[in-house]
Design a protein around this ligand. Structure first.
Ligand SMILES: Cc1cc2nc3c(=O)[nH]c(=O)nc-3n(C[C@H](O)[C@H](O)[C@H](O)COP(=O)(O)OP(=O)(O)OC[C@H]3O[C@@H](n4cnc5c(N)ncnc54)[C@H](O)[C@@H]3O)c2cc1C
Ligand code: FES
Ligand code: FES
Length: 453
């Protein structure tokens, strides 16, 4: 397939590219642009961070090790070589933010992207960059010391050039949902690629090859958020970062959960549709959306189909999606938006959940009148705790009532023991999260580490 993009301000046109060649390999092997480093090759360390700029004027730091070349079609890439003289570079030298230097180009690109976006939550913007030497303090100080830097001239230069840059028109990069549906109708075994934060690992670590692929990132009206009188409609192509920005205003507890989803680089690439479609039992968005009683709309060339999201997950890695279908959008009822979400993982940042518990509990005069509880990490699929729910329904919101459920969790879940946590830990944690929610409704502080959304 053919693609066009800007690399450090210069137009590039490539023909017959391998659809799953990563940008990192292309930069380092084909172009000797070795400033961008390879550490983990799976999206965890940030050594490979580049800045992606698009016509819509978004500036995103992304991990180039899990970014396929077709995903940058019609966009501008800035590697560390294309950043020129930025104040964060001077401050990193001055404040000893670099020792062995391997991580430094990745830090610089993340810091410059955050600086341009005027994002000053440095602990969060740098959580996807790993440094083994400095202990982070000098790096965060450098980011702070450069906060007053002006937007680099190359940002506007790239915007200007991008407005004249035609997209490639390759058939693997459909522009509409109709086009996508037709491709899938003709070739139902086509591999859909959205943000590639899962698929990138299948390629880099499992060496998977695909016969036919289709990229979703140029499909129009696929990442919209539409407000309806009773609900929110959210396109399956929305990135987790865009979803988080929306949630910060509309669904603060969900926003706190999303803030701990991967890292800045992962959130800017990963999509909600990809997180749900892969059917992972430990994905973070599924329990939250199930507790919010979300509906899912699937689409194919035959039309649309609406189901309850909780029914989408049938069995471990078995989802209710047929060949030729794709996830189109989600419908979240406004009345459920204040669902309380908790993520428990070994590390605070950039870690997969051991347990993720979400509670949509409505009280009327101190009595539980509605109770929808969903968990990730407790079964082979994200799942509701229907026995606990029915035990609580129509009972007073009191500690002794909640404590009486301690054994009921076992009727809903028989979690596995694995490297993240033991089965016992998971059962106990599920119950404790319910109690935690209860204590919080009494105004008791249960947080050992507070998270700002
Ligand atoms: C370093 C790292 C950290 C991570 N941290 C977390 C975390 O904290 N929490 C968490 O939940 N996940 C995490 N993930 C997993 C991953 O980011 C998510 O599962 C992500 O949302 C997948 O979305 P994507 O757009 O990248 O999907 P892709 O990798 O592009 O695709 C994943 C699957 O979904 C399918 N798909 C994508 N879109 C659609 C659609 N619209 N219709 C039908 N099928 C579709 C693809 O065909 C593929 O089978 C992490 C991943 C990495 C690499
Ligand atoms: S090399 Fe580690 S995130 Fe890309
Ligand atoms: S300076 Fe050595 S890993 Fe960061």
């Amino acid at each position: 397939m053919d693609i066009r993009f800007l690399l450090n301000g210069e137009p590039v046109a490539l023909t017959n590219v391998d659809a799953t060649q990563t940008l990192l390999d292309w930069l380092r092997i084909d172009n000797q642009l070795t400033g961008t480093k390879e550490g983990c090759n799976e999206g965890d360390c940030g050594a490979c961070t580049v800045i992606l700029i698009d016509k819509e004027k978004s500036i995103r730091p992304l991990n180039s090790c899990i970014l396929f070349l077709p995903q940058i079609d019609g966009k501008a890439v800035r590697t560390v070589e294309g950043i020129r003289n930025h104040k964060v570079q001077d401050k990193m030298v001055e404040l000893h933010g670099s020792q062995c230097g391997f991580c430094t180009p990745g830090f610089i690109t993340s810091m410059v992207a955050a600086n341009i976006n005027r994002d000053r939550d440095h602990n969060t913007t740098l959580a996807g960059n790993l440094c083994r030497c400095t202990g982070y303090e000098p790096i965060v100080k450098a980011a702070r010391a450069a906060e007053d830097e002006k937007k680099p001239a190359w940002v506007e230069e790239d915007f200007k050039q991008l407005s004249h840059l035609p997209k490639s028109g390759s058939k693997e990069l459909p522009k509409s949902k109709q086009e996508l549906a037709e491709i899938l109708n003709k070739e139902p075994n086509t591999q859909l690629i959205a943000g590639a934060t899962d698929i990138g690992l299948w390629v880099n670590k499992d060496f998977q090859k695909f016969q036919n692929v289709v990229f979703l990132n140029q499909v129009s009206d696929f990442s919209n958020i539409e407000e309806q009188p009773e609900n929110w409609q959210i396109g399956a192509g929305i990135t987790i970062e865009k979803l988080r920005s929306w949630a910060c205003v509309e669904a603060p507890s969900f926003a706190k959960l999303l803030k701990r989803y991967g890292s800045t680089q992962v959130r800017y690439a990963a999509t909600l549709g990809g997180n749900i479609a892969n059917g992972s039992p430990i994905g973070d968005s599924a329990p939250a959306l199930i507790a919010m009683e979300t509906d899912l709309v699937l689409r194919s060339s035959q039309g649309q189909r609406k189901i309850k999201l909780e029914n989408f997950f049938m069995d471990y890695k078995k989802q209710d999606i047929s060949k030729g279908e794709f996830l189109e959008y989600f419908i979240i009822p406004k009345k459920n938006i204040s669902t309380k979400c908790y993520k428990i993982s070994k590390r605070f940042d950039q870690d997969i959940s051991s347990v993720c518990g979400c509670f949509n509990i409505v009280l009327d005069d101190g009595v539980i009148k509605k109770c929808v509880i969903a968990f990730g990490g407790m079964a082979g699929i994200p799942k509701r705790a229907i026995h606990v729910e029915s035990k609580l329904l129509n009972h007073p919101w009191e500690e002794k009532v909640l404590q009486s459920c301690r054994k009921t969790w076992g009727e809903d879940f028989s979690p596995l023991s694995d490297l993240r946590s033991s089965s016992d830990y998971r059962q106990t944690t599920a119950h404790n999260l319910l109690l935690r929610y209860y204590y919080e409704t009494l105004g008791i502080n249960t947080n050992v580490q507070d998270v700002e959304p």
